[in-house]
Design a protein around this ligand. Structure first.
Ligand code: CA
Length: 631
């Protein structure tokens, strides 16, 4: 029996022991905090928190490539439902207008899922039990000021804070453990038709966010806020200030030289609503910018005799700025003089790839224009561009001019002349995440092919969005000038494409599987590729594309899938419009029944979110034309 000898043990020692015990108990209860250093390792072979999903694209290079191997070719066919959890509507639900697009995060055994109308759920990653729910309480009256829906694409996490870009252009920090609000920052004015759907990204001690609303004639920008308190660090405008107003910096002065006439009447456009990355090696923030506004260049002040001569920077561009200052480092315009709503906003992937015998630090994008662009991310140098679906707006890329697209002059239009443009409405690749597997060296890209007829309205309506520009009709217009079509054959109207960036060519393609929107793809170190398409989860061999699993989950609104590991079990998880689904090998829970036809699911993807949600409001008048444009 051991006893303390009180006389030989000073009292301070008891205090020390007790204190140490409390400290160690406290450490055991407190999860390890995510910070900029840990984020840099996220999803990589040196992952400091293996099994988690800490940032939108899993790693900061946004490859959506998981190191987890427990689920593999031998057992993926046995994936079944481990648990599912309701994602109920908030009190006073505003309906499922926007659909579910959020990539969840997973940290501290918790799934963080953002839903439309700026609602966030924290669920136990092992059981689905709800830990907390947060509702940003968007004023329903402001929804008519949101050009393209009320969805949300995901959250950012660092320093114990969970960051939400709310639909009404507020940036909100929550305590990741409790869900309590820590700070709010007004990024832009919803009454000026700015809105947000983007997943913020962390860049060191800052959080980066961009605004939507391009169809509503905004002046686009992206900006950095200090994670600590939500104060503004810097802002980069994607179009210049109105003529006569002072330039913010030299980049704006340069951009102003690419606009003419009375362009500022309608804002200029250039929204930043999806593609955004932080490159810590080069300390760059790289953003994709949306369409010029209004769509027909004549309405942006360009007379017919000068069509195609004014680039309208920095719309439809890939823009890199210094992460500390927000000052322009380089840009590449994917579509000069955009006239077809070819937002260059699709998600980016960064990778180090051997090209022509040299390892290149590339950034890749497959935006709505139907062209797969590969640039050197350190300096914006053009490496290659190739159509991944049939296109006719571009005839080539000028290698002597850093790969500037050569626009087909017959692709322009006005009120008198309509044109049939390939690719079609919604774009060849919209927001559905691509992924990249460094083992196979392939990019996995959901796409849509097709055409669209454009012509111009007499006058744009700045409060009604794209559809009210009167810009076009679906289908063919045989009176328009036929133009040569360039690009791959046999891709069908939509599908899944595996692309080799070393040669910028198709390795294999699955026509009919998926589209340019929807849950997108995820790939793993065990040679698996997952895809959410329609109401099913598919798994393929990542190298060959051989199908290994087709698992219907029956609910609409399947958002991007993630994979994570808790308590030694690997899961595949994703949100639908009404439930979060978590699958594991040998999962035996029953899949939900398909909802009855005509059950009131909004726009075929979102749906009511449980309980007594009122019927969804009618779709917004804006952007009825390109209904899948998700600013
Ligand atoms: Ca657009």
């Amino acid at each position: 029996m051991t006893t303390f000898n009180i006389k030989k043990t000073p009292l301070w020692a008891f205090g020390l022991v007790a204190g140490l015990t409390l400290i160690s108990a406290g450490i055991a209860q407190q999860p390890r905090t995510v910070d900029a250093k840990i984020l840099r390792t996220a999803g990589t072979a040196k992952d400091a928190m293996p099994g988690t999903w800490l940032t939108y694209g899993l790693s900061q290079n946004e490859q959506r490539y998981s190191q987890l191997k427990q689920i593999d070719e031998s057992n993926v066919a046995k994936l079944g439902l481990a648990w599912s959890a309701p994602l109920p509507a908030a009190a006073g639900a505003r309906g499922g207008r926007g659909g579910t697009e959020g990539t969840p995060l997973m940290w501290n055994n918790t799934i963080y899922q953002s839903m439309d109308n700026s609602i966030v759920y924290a669920l136990d990653a092992r059981t689905g039990e709800q830990k907390w729910m947060y509702d940003a309480k968007i004023d329903p009256a402001t929804s008519t000021h949101m050009c393209c829906g009320t969805h949300n694409r995901g959250l950012a996490l660092s320093e114990g804070k969970l960051i939400l870009a709310a639909n009404d252009a507020r940036l909100i920090a929550l305590d990741a453990i409790t869900g309590k609000e820590l700070w709010q920052s007004k990024v832009a004015d919803i009454n000026q038709y700015y809105s947000m759907t983007i997943a913020p990204r962390i860049a060191g001690d800052k959080v980066i966010v961009g605004v939507g609303g391009g169809e509503f004639f905004i002046r686009g920008f992206f900006a950095a806020y200090n994670l600590k308190d939500g104060s503004l660090a810097w802002k980069f405008h994607t179009v210049p200030p109105k003529p006569g107003e002072p330039f913010e910096d030299k980049a704006q002065e340069a951009a102003a030289k690419t606009w003419t006439g009375d362009w500022a009447k309608y804002g200029g456009g250039g929204p930043v609503w999806d593609g955004l990355v932080y490159d810590p090696e080069d300390n760059l923030v790289i953003a994709g910018t949306g369409n010029a506004e209004p769509w027909p260049q004549e309405m942006r002040g360009i007379p017919k005799s000068e069509w195609g001569k004014w680039d309208n920077l920095y719309t439809c561009s890939i823009v890199a700025v210094d992460a500390n200052t927000g000052k322009l480092k380089w840009y590449y315009q994917t579509v000069p003089t955009d006239s077809w709503d070819f937002d260059s906003v699709g998600g980016f992937i960064m990778a180090d790839i051997p090209i022509d015998g040299k390892t290149r630090k590339v950034i890749m994008q497959a935006p709505k224009s139907g062209v797969f662009y590969i640039l050197d991310r350190t300096n914006g140098q053009f490496i290659s561009a190739q159509p991944f679906v049939p296109v006719n707006w571009v005839t080539g890329f000028d290698k002597k001019n850093n790969g500037k697209p050569i626009i087909n002059q017959d692709a322009y239009y006005n009120q008198e002349n309509s044109v049939v443009i390939y690719p079609g409405g919604g774009g060849a690749h919209n927001w559905a995440p691509m992924s990249y597997n460094p083992n196979t060296g392939l990019v996995y890209l959901p796409y849509a092919a097709g055409s669209y007829t454009f012509n111009a309205a007499a006058e744009p309506d700045p409060h009604a969005g794209g559809g009210a520009h009167g810009l076009g009709r679906g289908g063919q217009d045989h009176k328009s000038t036929p133009m040569p079509i360039w690009g791959p054959e046999n891709v069908g109207r939509s599908g899944l494409q595996a692309r080799d960036p070393k040669t910028n060519t198709i390795k294999w393609v699955k026509p009919g599987r998926g589209s340019s929107t929807g849950g997108g793809t995820l790939t793993t170190a065990s040679n698996l590729l997952f895809q959410i398409a329609g109401t099913a989860l598919y798994a393929y061999k990542a190298d060959s594309g051989d199908e290994l699993l087709a698992l219907p989950f029956n609910l609409p609104g399947g958002a991007p899938p993630i994979t994570y590991m808790v308590d030694g079990t690997q899961y595949i998880g994703f949100a639908t419009g009404t439930r979060f689904m978590a699958l594991k090998v040998g999962g035996t829970e029953k899949m939900p029944d398909a909802p009855p036809r005509g059950a009131g699911f909004g726009r075929g993807r979102g749906g009511p979110r449980g309980g007594a949600a009122p019927p969804p409001p009618p779709p917004p008048a804006g952007d009825g034309l390109h209904g899948q444009d998700k600013q």
